[in-house]
Write a protein that binds this ligand. Structure first.
Ligand code: PLP
Length: 385
């Protein structure tokens, strides 16, 4: 059966070069990095070379990178440690953050004394920057936690602008960059972000490894206690093969960034053109100013995510993902409806009206492994529903 993977915001296929590099480490470099003998020193060396390579790609220093098991852990670590160690009095976040941020804040609110303010979401799904400045103007020790690229709708936060606003108001700025690291340039020397997080499986690296960037000079304490790994900031024997795989995947992603961006953006363009030909009433979630020039669409949403509302009836909506799955197509609904629950996505619920919320929203997310054929197959299958 034909298989088409268009769910790259959920996870991505590993690059073969990364698998080869990781396999070598698994087979040959098995020493415990904390051991002082040659086997251990060799593993430690691989970790430090990986850290340096990541730092080079993000324009920061190696000591600012702390490895974690995933993006979720990195978010937990930063948010929890900020509240506990930096004595944060207030967090400003949004209701469209990933649950790795939202649920963490929700639970911490029960344990620590701090206030949570939610910045308004505009009808397009973007953050209301004027409201953010308003909130920041009250003088409290604040952590702002806002994601860069939204994993469901692909809206993009202007990191440069937000980080400078936070700096102006002396607030710490944490950004969940799980969807953007490896997919767009992030220059930490020029952009005054205090904390960011990444996860290798979103940029064609392995699952089970991520990192936190903590700006030099900010002192946090670990949430995972034990040994002295990661300068005492994250105990636990390091996953050497995963760390090497992460660094390698990131390096390759940035090496091919321009050509892959261009190619993936052309796929999104093609997909939308085909969709709108088939379903003229289609709408894009999160799109604030779609422009057309030379019959090309210019999207404000991120180049690898296309979240659309399909004008389908309710009974077709219920069967949509199931039908696509039977045909070998992997996309995401952006809602929990497929599991029998009619609870809409917490992101879409923030800005869609009741009628649109009932219609099927489909998140199609691309990678350089996709082809126009994949899109043709998706469109043909959607036509047949
Ligand atoms: N943040 C965002 C924006 C994500 O898309 C994801 C993954 O879906 C996460 C955090 C969690 O990352 P991980 O799967 O590495 O825990």
């Amino acid at each position: 059966m034909k298989k088409v993977y268009l769910d790259n915001a959920a996870t991505t296929q590993l690059r073969p070069e990364v698998v080869a590099e990781m396999t070598k480490v698994l087979l040959e470099d098995f020493g415990n990095p904390s051991s002082t003998h040659a086997f251990g020193r060799n593993s430690k060396n691989l970790i430090e070379l990986s850290r340096k390579s990541i730092a080079k790609n993000l324009h920061c220093t190696a000591q600012e990178i702390i490895f974690t098991s995933c993006g979720t852990e990195a978010n937990n670590f930063i948010i929890q440690s900020c509240i506990r160690d930096l004595k944060i009095e207030r967090i400003i976040t949004s209701k469209i953050e990933h649950h790795a941020v939202l649920h963490t804040i929700e639970i911490l609110e029960r344990q620590y004394d701090f206030k949570v303010d939610f910045v308004n979401i505009l009808p397009t799904g973007d953050i209301d920057i004027v409201h953010l400045s308003d909130l920041l103007s009250s003088n409290q020790k604040t952590l702002v936690s806002l994601m860069h690229v939204n994993n469901e709708i692909g809206t993009v936060l202007n990191l440069d602008r937000i980080s400078k606003i936070c700096k102006q108001y002396h607030a710490y700025f944490h950004t969940d960059t799980v969807q953007s690291v490896g997919k767009t340039i992030i220059n930490l020397q020029e952009t005054p972000i205090d904390f960011l997080v990444a996860s290798a499986h979103k940029f064609h690296g392995p699952k089970g490894i991520g990192f936190a960037f903590i700006r030099k000079g900010i002192v946090l304490n670990p949430i995972l206690l034990g040994g002295e790994q990661e300068k005492g900031l994250r105990a636990g024997t390091e996953s050497v093969h995963n760390i090497v795989g992460l660094a390698n995947a990131l390096d390759i992603s940035y090496l091919h960034l321009v050509e892959e961006q261009k190619y993936i953006a052309s796929l999104k363009q093609y997909c939308f053109k085909e969709l709108i030909n088939t379903f003229p009433e289609i709408k894009i979630n999160g799109e604030n100013n779609i422009e057309i020039s030379n019959s090309d669409y210019h999207f404000s949403t991120f180049y690898n995510i296309l979240n659309v509302i399909l004008p389908l009836s309710e009974e077709k909506t219920a069967m949509l993902l199931f039908h696509l799955d039977i045909k070998g197509i992997a996309v995401s609904r952006g809602s929990a409806c497929q599991s029998g629950s009619s609870k809409p996505s917490h992101v879409l619920a923030e800005f869609l009206n009741e009628a649109d919320l009932k219609k099927p929203s489909l998140r199609i997310s691309f990678s350089h492994y996709n082809t126009k054929d994949d899109i043709d197959y998706l469109i043909d299958t959607l036509k047949s529903i």
